[in-house]
Ligand binder design. Structure first.
Ligand code: PLP
Ligand code: COI
Length: 354
């Protein structure tokens, strides 16, 4: 990949919105910091990285993003420790996955230096925006979309890579209940399910709306072929504890390879929690719920961290999960967030100082 100068031009905002933000009552991803990073792909190379005041972008109506949906994104967080130092969690894994998504959507890959230098420069400028209220962090949204024009159904020749930040609180408020989906599918073999493509989320909104109308927060996707196996949720990978074993499905070209998921598997292994990565059938989970061996279900993701599931619905019946005092979810959430917020030793080398 040919790369022009990586020198980042910085245009600082003359005002700040930081004093208008209620840092004690942050929602997820709904207020944005003062600056953003923008880098253009033109003439076959990424060029002209710049930090500007946070502002709308102007696009030609014929830009291919509007017609053919060439758009991918990542989700990361920056955390502040008790000494005011800022940290990222496994950022190179996000960069790698962004490029995996890029390849699948015929979008030019972004070099690691562009990604990391742009992210670090923007974070250094916006450090004061990293919240310190417990459970809060600075949500980071890097994305790439087709800005190039034309109605011809083919990849664009111009793209924009942008990074924006949003100081954020928890993704879910209150107990999480999920509906195991029997009709719609999120992804299929050979499709784009493993990519963080914008269209993957658009396709989920309608079935999720139907689930919300029935009183659930999220859909649990099942395999598109038989709807008999549990895959993942709209924004999380899924873990299920039956007896003392923690189960999660294998990744595939239908499932997003979550960074939280793989971190939890490693943490569970060092903490002596037995794990199995294998196909999990819905009937097995329903049977375990009926017999009392189903102990926990939780979702895992950057935005959701570890979100325990209180109820799941399937074929018109709701199954409630017990509230365990020392659940795997609470143990693993503590371990992962202690590493993220620099409260514990990081034997894995996951923490990345900004
Ligand atoms: N699955 C989907 C569909 C997601 O959107 C996400 C969120 O990024 C995840 C799983 C969890 O991935 P990660 O832990 O890398 O955030
Ligand atoms: C994340 O966890 O970062 C995600 O990207 C989920 C998002 C769809 C809210």
């Amino acid at each position: 990949m040919e790369v022009a100068s990586r020198k980042i031009n910085v245009e600082k905002s003359k005002t700040t919105k930081i004093n208008d933000v209620d840092f004690d009552n942050l929602k997820f991803g709904s207020v944005y910091t003062d600056h953003m990073l923008v880098c253009d792909y033109k003439n076959g190379r990424w060029e002209n990285p710049k930090i500007t005041p946070y502002q709308p972008i102007s696009l030609n109506p014929a830009s291919k993003i509007f017609h053919y949906g060439q758009s991918i994104f990542e989700g990361m967080k920056a955390y502040k420790d008790a000494n005011g130092e800022a940290w990222l969690f496994r950022p190179l894994d996000n960069h790698k996955r962004l490029n995996i998504s890029a390849r699948r959507l015929a979008i030019p890959e972004i070099p690691q230096e562009h990604f990391m230098e742009g992210l670090t420069a923007l974070l250094n400028l916006e450090k004061d925006w990293i919240p310190t209220t417990p459970g809060s962090s600075l949500y980071i949204r890097p994305f790439i979309f087709a800005s190039g024009e034309g109605f011809h159904a083919s990849p664009a020749d111009e793209y924009k890579f942008i990074i924006c930040f949003a100081p954020s609180g928890p993704y879910f408020s209150g107990k999480v209940s999920v509906l195991i989906e029997e009709k719609y599918s999120r992804s299929a073999n050979g499709g784009v399910g493993y990519a963080k493509a914008g269209g993957n989320y658009a396709g989920q909104f309608y079935p999720t709306q139907l689930a919300i109308e029935k009183g659930y927060n999220q859909v649990i996707w099942t395999d598109d072929n038989t709807h008999e196996y549990i895959e993942e949720a709209g924004a999380m990978n899924i873990f299920i504890r039956i007896g003392d074993t923690l189960l999660t499905g294998p990744t595939s070209d239908r499932i997003l390879d979550g960074i939280t998921r793989k971190s939890i598997l490693e943490l569970a292994n060092v903490q002596g929690i037995k794990t199995e990565v294998r196909k999990i059938s819905v009937s097995e989970v329903v049977e375990a719920a009926k017999s009392g061996t189903l102990k926990e279900m939780f979702g895992a993701g950057t935005a959701a961290v570890i979100s325990p599931i209180a109820t799941f619905g399937y074929q018109g019946t709701n199954y409630d999960l017990p509230e365990l005092p020392d659940s795997y979810a609470s143990q693993l959430k503590k371990s992962i967030t202690d590493i993220q917020y620099n409260k514990s030793e990081d034997k894995f080398g996951w923490r990345h100082k900004v």
